[in-house]
Design a protein around this ligand. Structure first.
Ligand code: PHE
Length: 479
């Protein structure tokens, strides 16, 4: 092990940091929506099964690669097997492409938090008379000439301030403050929302298994629908566990040799899924009550992504009355913590790769990466305003293109190659040896061996095909 490499203070520090990375916008704005669309409890059961098999395997592989090589993704693969460095390169391009737009969205979240805080304490309708009830506020903010970029850079500065302090003093310490607050806010808001009049029907809509979601037009079980549900769940799980972004390899490279990797992975998965589940309990009943009140079909009100967070939810908060402002403020504070800790992890994956490759200090690398990201974030920041008409290729704007090329192409390809390397080239023993090197048991070894060799590659290949078809609208595929 590299003597000078920083490391976490212990297993808890690592679990908290990795969970902080995993818990992000994906948990808040995508999981609830997917669950609602794909049959509630049915989707949740499918997700859980995939989590303890496919998700477990990928996360074990990445964290162990990090610890075994004591390198971040860019240089780790070549250390495992000469000639495989290109996989690390793909795994380094991914965070560099994701972080510019994640930063811009982080800026939007900051803006909304400030707006709700001002409305809570200053009174009035800061979003503009009635604007909270429409999409005007969002539309005019994201299309403004400078503000989206400015807020994004400010958000990035907050992350840089943590990164520059280092693994223990920066990342670990900041998580000790942000993560408990995130948990408390999530539980507090979920409890409040579940006690709203009419919330019970929304809770049922979220949790009761609805087998119809797996049925085709003729009402019987449809293999195609089941396949779509499965792919929706797998894609969500990979994104939510921060897999194939270089993050888990980098964070794994700071894990002390004495810490149990298997236990850590199970705990990270547990926390990530718990927050995703609670996010559903806070968002779905709230949107459900609102939809019933305003006579909107629930399916239409229940959107995913920015539309849900920045347009629908502000309307929901406005419909609750003055308490809605406080609720909105707490909600966006929670989103800030979730987004900040995820952004810190992906920023760290970039910084660490640059440090390992160029052998420069953390400080220089943090600055270097900061300017790169700030420059690249101009594109997604302007994509809704002045440069809105620029469709880069395939009719996609910058933000969509960055999202598509990473989550649909590069990430599945990177994960697939990782499986081939571990399952077929160096063998699962490489992972098992590192996991058990101090006599620690590897309880899931058999499962891991079969998964990494046969099952996960098949899922990843299918994901690659289905995501490409879905995004390019081929064969009428929709998820
Ligand atoms: N797991 C994160 C999420 O749900 C994924 C992510 C991590 C995205 C870091 C960007 C940066 O949002």
């Amino acid at each position: 092990m590299n003597e000078n490499r920083e490391n976490w203070s212990g297993r808890i520090g690592f679990v908290l940091a990795a969970a902080a990375s995993a818990i992000g916008l994906g948990n808040l704005w995508r999981f609830p929506y997917l669950a609602a669309q794909y049959g509630g409890g049915t989707f949740i059961v499918i997700y859980l099964v995939l989590l303890v098999t496919v998700g477990f395997t990928m996360m074990m592989a990445e964290v162990t690669i990090g610890r075994a090589t004591a390198q971040s993704q860019l240089t780790a693969y070549n250390k495992i097997k000469k000639g495989w460095g290109f996989v690390g390169l793909i795994g380094t391009i991914v965070p560099f492409l994701i972080i510019p737009y994640y930063t811009v969205i982080g800026g939007w979240v900051l803006k909304y938090f400030i707006a709700f805080a001002q409305m809570s304490f200053g009174g009035g309708e800061l979003m503009g008379a009635g604007a909270a009830q429409s999409s005007d506020f969002f539309g005019s903010f994201i299309s403004a000439p400078f503000a989206p970029f400015g807020y994004g850079v400010f958000f990035l500065l907050l992350c840089a301030a943590v990164i520059v302090m280092g693994v223990r003093k920066g990342i670990e310490k900041s998580n000790l403050v942000m993560m408990p607050l995130l948990f408390l806010l999530t539980i507090g808001i979920a409890v409040y929302v579940c006690t709203l009049p009419g919330a019970l029907a929304g809770i049922k809509y979220y949790l009761v298994p609805n087998m119809d979601a797996l049925a085709g037009a003729d009402g019987t079980f449809s293999v195609a629908r089941f396949g779509q549900t499965l792919m929706g769940a797998v894609g969500q799980m990979f994104f939510s566990l921060s897999i194939a972004m270089g993050i888990m390899i980098t964070y794994g490279s700071y894990v002390p040799k004495t810490a149990s990797i298997e236990k850590s992975v199970r705990h990270i998965e547990f926390f990530d899924t718990l927050i995703a589940f609670l996010a559903g309990l806070m968002i779905i009943p709230m949107v459900y009550v609102f939809a019933v009140k305003t006579g909107t079909p629930v399916n239409e009100a229940m959107k995913a992504g920015p539309g849900l967070m920045f347009i629908t939810l502000p309307k929901v908060f406005a419909s609750i009355g003055p308490a809605g402002n406080y609720l909105g403020m707490c909600f966006f504070a929670l989103v800030i913590f979730a987004a900040l800790t995820s952004c810190i992890s992906i920023y760290e994956a970039c910084v660490s790769a640059v440090c390992d490759f160029l052998k420069i200090s953390r400080k220089s690398s943090t600055f270097f990466v900061f300017f790169m990201i700030a420059f690249m974030s101009v594109f997604p920041a302007m994509g809704y305003g002045a440069w809105g008409d620029i469709k880069v290729i395939l009719g996609m704007q910058f933000l969509d293109l960055m999202d598509f090329s990473t989550s649909c192409l590069l990430m599945p390809i990177n994960a697939l190659l990782t499986c081939i390397l571990i399952g077929w080239v160096v063998g699962e023993k490489y992972i098992a040896d590192e996991v058990t090197h101090l006599g620690e048991p590897f309880k899931g070894r058999k499962l891991f061996a079969v998964m990494v060799k046969y099952v996960v590659p098949v899922f990843l290949a299918l994901l690659l095909i289905s995501e490409t078809c879905r995004n390019l609208g081929l064969f009428g595929w929709k998820i």
